[in-house]
Design a protein around this ligand. Structure first.
Ligand SMILES: Nc1nc2c(ncn2[C@@H]2O[C@H](COP(=O)(O)OP(=O)(O)OP(=O)(O)O)[C@@H](O)[C@H]2O)c(=O)[nH]1
Length: 430
């Protein structure tokens, strides 16, 4: 069942219950009050009539009920029950010989009348004529006295016979009650539609916004209408959405920063701080994969180790700072003449290593000689007028060595030979 239907049903039931309670109680109360007032007046009227009748006639000798009925009619109706007859006609007895006068409608009440011994004279449809009035009924019975002697009893018990006017009042009241019920139902429906529309609209916005948040768009805004609890909920939702979106943004930023820092740290961990070339650890890892790849695919791989000649002397003669400049510049020359697929690193001190994938020994040896010549030809005098820098290199290209590390050891041996045989040269072996 939708919220709107529930809302309308609640209003409808509340409205109907309120109308039924107020109207029903008013109807019952009014009926009771009218009845009690009329009963009192009618009882008084009846008592007076009986007293007057028995003052004049003997009940039995006057043929009982018939005689009393005519007497009652000749006294006229109870004030307020029927329109009074025109002057002159009031209290006029029926003309003799015309028999029983025409009855002017039922009296509003039939009361019970008993003689001085509580034998019922008029039973009002409750008791039979002649039967004894029960003890319970005698309690409330009012004595009729004629010349100081109790001659009869009138019981207030009676059968109500509402007048036409009263029936009209009660019918009008019932109609008013039905009008009230119908009015309350219509009002409940209209109010239900109007109120639930507002409520449903805000809830619809909230549901849509929550779904959008679930879909990833954390920053949502729903309209805030009015100042009730639903508006408060919408405002609180907006604040929460904004805070969530901001927190998410901050988290993303710090996550990105952490990733960047991690990337930087990882990069630093594989780089040499002075020359910015890769370091020994990175070279060993990468050279090992290059070796495996070359073996698996039976592709050539050349490994080179180069060492700056008399570097200690450079440090000693020109300063350690000049030595650093030399290291950086040599690194620059090596990096500047490598292919992207080549691997170059500072191996430690003044030692540099290179791995040339897909490169046969002659090709690698020629390239190394070119690099050696470039280092030698660099205008070192710009760093220091007397500065000269050369490099010796060993090149090895036989995968049969078994590992990249073993190939490097072989290259180192060739470097040693280059140093031994005069430096500033490239020694190689297949
Ligand atoms: N300036 C500088 N010097 C360094 C650095 N790392 C190592 N060295 C120096 O490099 C020098 C290497 O000297 P050696 O191993 O004797 O070799 P060499 O003097 O080049 O002699 P050969 O290799 O036989 O030609 C040492 O004096 C180290 O202190 C560095 O980062 N900066």
């Amino acid at each position: 069942m939708s919220l709107r239907t529930k809302f309308m049903l609640a209003l409808l039931l509340t409205g109907l219950a309120a109308v039924a309670m107020v109207g029903g109680l008013a109807y019952a109360g009014m009926t009771k009050k009218v009845d009690s007032l009329r009963r009192e007046r009618a009882a008084e009227h009846f008592h007076a009539a009986v007293t007057a009748y028995l003052a004049q006639y003997d009940w039995k000798a006057n043929h009982g009920k018939e005689g009393f009925d005519d007497f009652m009619l000749s006294r006229g109706p109870l004030a307020g029950d029927r329109p009074p007859p025109p002057d002159g006609e009031r209290r006029r007895p029926p003309p003799p010989g015309e028999g029983r006068p025409e009855r002017r409608g039922e009296p509003p009440y039939h009361f019970i009348l008993a003689d001085q011994d509580y034998r019922v004279l008029l039973g009002a449809g409750v008791y039979e004529h002649g039967e004894l009035l029960p003890e319970a009924a005698r309690k409330d019975a009012r004595a009729v006295e004629v010349q100081g002697r109790v001659v009869a009893y009138v019981s207030p018990e009676g059968v109500i016979t509402p007048s036409k006017q009263e029936l009209q009042y009660l019918a009008a009241m019932r109609d008013a009650l039905w009008f009230g019920v119908s009015g309350a139902a219509v009002l409940a429906l209209v109010l239900g539609v109007l109120l639930s529309r507002g409520l449903g609209r805000t809830l619809g916005h909230l549901t849509g916004a929550v779904r959008a948040m679930h879909g990833g768009s954390l920053l949502q805004r729903v309209p805030v209408e009015g100042k009730d609890e639903v508006a408060e909920l919408a405002a609180a939702f907006n604040a929460m959405s904004e805070k969530l979106a901001r927190t998410h943004e901050e988290l993303s930023e710090s996550h990105h920063t952490i990733l960047t820092q991690a990337e930087q740290m990882r990069e630093l961990s594989v780089r040499d701080a002075l020359t910015k070339l890769h370091n020994r650890r990175h070279f060993d890892e990468q050279a090992s994969s290059l070796f495996s790849h070359a073996v698996r695919h039976k592709r050539p791989l050349s490994v080179v180790i180069g060492d700056i000649d008399f570097f200690k002397k450079i440090n000693d003669q020109f300063s350690h700072a000049t030595g650093d400049v030399v290291l950086r510049q040599v690194g620059e020359i090596l990096r500047g003449h490598m292919r992207l697929s080549d691997l170059v690193a500072r191996y430690g001190g003044e030692e540099f290593v290179i791995a040339f994938p897909e490169t046969e020994l002659p090709q690698a040896a020629a390239l190394c000689d070119k690099l050696r010549a470039m280092i030698e030809a660099f205008p070192w005098h710009q760093v220091h007028p007397e500065l000269k820098v050369t490099m010796s290199m060993g090149v090895y290209a036989d995968l049969a060595a078994g590992t990249a590390e073993a190939m490097l050891q072989k290259a180192d041996a060739l470097l040693y030979r280059a140093k031994e045989t005069g430096r500033n040269r490239v020694c190689f072996a297949a």
